[in-house]
Design a protein around this ligand. Structure first.
Ligand code: B4P
Length: 191
């Protein structure tokens, strides 16, 4: 099983690179952001709850996210492995992911940290907001998301370093060059 955590600040390219990884390695893909946006679109109770947090640039509560994750994970059959895109975003989520995989006799193989300078993140997300109309891609909310990233999510870098599966990826540059670096890191981890 090749289980990958793709990590980075908002707009670092997690979704973009996940699509390429899925295509190359035939993995299942869990994007917690996509799951939440689908719930919002369908007007479910979960979607209504999630919208309140997302529009404020906040994270959805851990317990809710962890339940969603286990539910999606268990829906995969005969999987070659899973790419976790946008999960975990807190230490509590990382611990829950480790426990969930342990219970299924699995583990995370590698954590890819897409590192992008903050001014570039802002430029990318404002552009995405204009193109997609995503409500959380406006300057005010992006600033809040970056604060949340630094306080709640970035501590995972040290957490995964201590697990021995951390891999730094330069996340600025061409999408192809970034993908090449990702493939090199995955192949090294899979040896
Ligand atoms: P996500 O949907 O995970 O989105 P993201 O972090 O904003 O973007 P991503 O890194 O995937 O960037 P992308 O590839 O699209 O989260 C949204 C919200 O959901 C969160 O703020 C939170 O509220 C909630 N949420 C999600 N997961 C949660 C969790 N586990 N716990 C609690 N809450 C959770 O790239 C961005 C843009 O840059 C795109 O337009 C792309 O085309 C462009 N781009 C990508 N790579 C580029 C490159 N190399 N050069 C130039 N542009 C590039």
């Amino acid at each position: 099983m090749l289980n990958i955590v793709i990590f980075g600040a908002p707009g670092s390219g997690k979704g973009t690179q996940s699509a390429r990884i899925v295509e190359k390695y035939g993995l299942n893909h869990i994007s917690t952001g996509d799951v939440l946006r689908a719930e919002i679109k369908n007007g479910t109770e979960l979607g209504k709850t999630a919208k309140g947090y997302i529009d404020q640039g906040q994270l959805i509560p851990d317990e809710l996210m962890i339940n969603i994750l286990a539910h999606v994970f268990d829906s995969f059959t005969e999987s070659k492995g899973v790419i976790f895109d946008g999960f975990p975003r807190t230490i509590a989520q990382a611990e829950a992911l480790k426990k969930m995989l342990n219970e299924r006799k699995q583990a995370v193989s590698i954590m890819l940290d897409l590192d992008v300078p903050e001014d570039e993140l802002m430029t990318r997300l404002i552009k995405r907001g204009k193109e997609s109309g995503r409500a959380d891609d406006n300057e005010e909310t992006i600033k809040k998301r970056l604060v949340v990233y630094h306080s709640q999510t970035a501590p995972l870098i040290d957490w995964y370093k201590s697990e021995g599966i951390y891999s730094h990826i330069q996340g600025s540059g061409s999408m192809d060059a970034i993908f090449n670096d990702i493939v090199t890191a995955i192949e090294k981890a899979a040896k």
